[in-house]
Design a protein. Structure first.
Lengths: 365, 313
């Protein structure tokens, strides 16, 4: 297993830059998520690590070797494709054993390894079937089998659950995570599904337009987004932004949003002009006395919680409250924000302003 | 039910369709049946008017096709013993003896060598070129593809005279190699275009998976792309073979002895005292067989091949 270091990696396709100078480190045994909307460069990054694309600039270190110019076949990594890419003219057993054959492994050892992998994945009964007739889940398992049978330095997965039905996806996600924990293999996983990333990842890199927006543990990213893009991309519903014109000084612990004075974490950075106050829906509570007020537009019932959509002086706000609180569309209610969870953003740069609360997460960058 | 849905045709529509198909089959098959039947007629039945539909089948045409014969006098015949084989007896009945084999066998073999040789070469080069055009960044790719196609925009025979002169100078006239090269040159543009269509349809992920699994680009091509392209290769091979097998004009112009193929040879089969139609028909019938057999062998690939591009897996 391996530690993977990416340094100033860049990829140009003609005039278009798919990946702009990215750097991050994947520790040995980590389950690492590359998250972002389609076209953000996450798949290109993964393909460069795999050796399926040549970087335009930058370095890729696997363990202590720079592999940026090495062919894919010599990097000793496994890749799970979104559409699985099982060899259609071979049966399951031959698909799984194919990477071992290229290493010139003796037949008996191949047979042992394939049997072992089939047992782990629970696909012993389909080993001699052609891959054509398999269900999505079985294809996925075969693709995983082909990857793990080699015991490679790292697994790279490009939206491996994207082609599966919703119900199956959750089960496979759990299986994948369990498999990873059992093998302790360094895994890089590309997805555009933020829930999947939060659910499975040890660490997440959020990419947008070829740039790394934030890099950290799921909860750090969720609680303390570094940019408005991350705040908006992660969480369902996304973080609310109260947009206002004003200023906040270094050392301030309140901010004036329109008429209201709201408590915020102690600011370590000041800014003025177009600002946005970010608040997660679950950090808003409804109270009749609240100074900041909004009119209820609609509610969405979600079982134990409900999403209340409100119109305020600074835009639409979604609040997540318990379902037993009854709210009627049209009524005006007070909103209270949990002060310790708030983040201020400078809208011009899109970046979060450093505060006492997010310093631990964002302070280094 | 929308008006765009595909509905089962009614009984009457099926009848009409059936009659049309049958009529088309009759029109296209009658010449073929006539050729096959004539091959089994005696020379007098073959030219009988009105044409004979019912006749006594005879293998005389086939015997004449494969042999050269000499007329003998009754005195000489008396000195010969009883004929050893059925075909000698057949010839003897006409007052002739077999003097030796005819050249049909050689010509047929030439057709096989040149037809399959050029087909193999066209498909081999075509597959490599199509793969490169499909997968790699080739400078001026679109222009090159158009150039390749443009070689088919005029009838090949339009350049017959230059090729004739060129071949004479290069010593390629009337050689197997010359004919294989010529048919390959004509077929290659078709092969590249057809095969590129097929290879474009094969997802790159298969090769990438093979690269990741530790294989080189060439191994991935051989072990993963080629099996996937089998359909396209088979149907391209059939198209190439049909052209090379049936080609007449260049064969007449460029071959006369050594490398002459069957098409220019068949019409020159002359019997004793006039054109030997049964022998000509027999030659044509046998000549049809290799393409038919080749096509039947590859037909399960061909069916999908004809709809190439139209159906995604």
């Amino acid at each position: 297993m391996a530690r993977i270091v990416i340094r100033n990696l860049r990829k140009d396709f003609g005039d278009f830059t798919a990946v702009k100078s990215s750097s991050f480190t994947i520790e040995d045994g980590e389950f690492f998520m590359l998250l972002g909307p389609s076209g953000c460069g996450k798949t290109t990054t993964l393909r460069m690590i795999a050796g399926l694309e040549l970087p335009s600039a930058g370095e890729i270190w696997i363990d202590n070797e720079e592999v940026g110019r090495k062919p894919a076949s010599e990097r000793d990594i496994a890749f799970v494709f979104q559409m699985f890419a099982l060899y259609p003219h071979m049966n399951v057993r031959r698909n799984i054993s194919y990477p071992l054959k290229s290493q010139g492994m003796p037949r008996t050892e191949i047979a042992t390894r394939v049997a072992e992998v089939a047992r782990i994945l629970g696909i012993e009964d389909i080993l001699d079937k052609p891959v054509g007739g398999l269900s999505g889940g079985d294809r996925q398992r075969v693709a995983l089998g082909r990857a793990i049978v080699r015991e490679p330095k790292a697994f790279l997965m490009d939206e491996p659950l994207g082609a599966l039905d919703a119900e199956f996806r959750e089960r496979m996600a759990a299986e994948l995570r369990a498999l990873h924990d059992r093998m302790g293999a360094t895994t890089i996983y590309v997805t555009h599904d933020q829930l999947e990333a939060m659910q499975m990842g040890d660490k997440i890199v959020v990419m947008n337009q070829g740039r790394i927006e934030q890099f950290g543990m799921p909860q750090e990213i969720y609680d303390w987004p570094a940019t408005m893009f991350v705040a908006d991309f992660i969480g369902s519903p996304a973080m609310n932004f109260l947009r206002f014109n004003g200023r906040v000084d270094k050392g301030a612990s309140t901010v004036s949003v329109g008429e209201s004075n709201l408590k915020i974490p102690l600011q370590l950075q000041g800014a003025s002009g177009s600002l946005a106050l970010g608040v997660r829906p679950e950090h808003i509570s409804l109270c009749d006395t609240g100074e900041y007020r909004g009119r209820v537009i609609a509610t969405e019932y979600l079982g134990t919680t409900q999403i209340v959509i409100l119109d305020t002086a600074h835009g639409t706000v979604k609040a997540r409250v318990t379902s037993n609180r009854s709210v009627r569309p049209g009524e005006t209610v007070g909103l209270a924000f949990d002060p310790e969870t708030l983040t201020l953003f400078d809208e011009n740069t899109g970046r979060a302003l450093l505060s006492e609360a997010n310093r631990r997460v964002l302070g280094h960058g | 039910m929308s008006i765009f849905s595909i509905t089962e045709p009614s009984g009457r529509q099926k009848w009409i369709a059936g009659i049309l198909v049958a009529a088309y089959a009759v029109i296209t098959l009658i010449p073929l049946l006539w050729i096959i039947a004539t091959g089994f007629k005696s020379p007098s039945d073959a030219i009988a008017y009105p044409p004979k539909v019912m006749f006594d089948p005879s293998l005389e045409g086939y015997v004449n096709l494969f042999t050269t014969q000499t007329r003998i006098t009754p005195d000489m015949e008396a000195t010969l013993g009883e004929p050893d084989t059925w075909y000698e007896r057949l010839v003897r009945e006409k007052g002739m003896v077999i003097a030796g084999p005819s050249r049909y066998g050689e010509r047929f073999l030439n057709s096989v060598i040149i037809g399959f040789g050029s087909t193999f070469l066209s498909v081999f080069l075509g597959t490599l070129a199509a793969y490169a055009f499909s997968r790699f960044k080739v400078p001026l790719k679109d222009d090159l593809m158009f150039f390749i196609l443009s070689t088919r925009m005029m009838p090949p025979i339009a350049v017959a005279i230059p090729i004739f002169l060129m071949y004479r100078t290069l010593g390629l006239s009337d050689t197997h190699l010359g004919m294989i090269l010529l048919y390959t040159a004509v077929n290659l543009s078709l092969a590249v275009w057809l095969l590129k269509g097929f290879i474009d349809e094969i997802p790159r992920e298969y090769e990438e998976a093979a690269l990741i699994d530790g294989y080189t680009r060439f191994q991935a091509f051989i072990k993963v792309v080629l099996p996937q392209a089998a359909t396209g290769i088979a149907s391209t091979a059939i198209f190439c073979l049909i052209f090379a097998w049936n080609e007449y004009a260049f064969a007449v112009l460029l071959t006369s002895g050594e490398a002459q193929t069957a098409p220019p040879f068949i019409p020159t089969i002359i019997g004793v005292g006039g054109q030997d139609w049964p022998a000509v028909a027999a030659g044509a019938t046998l000549f049809l067989l290799p393409v038919v057999i080749f096509t039947i062998l590859l037909r399960k690939h061909l069916l999908r091949g004809i709809t190439f591009g139209a159906v995604r897996k």
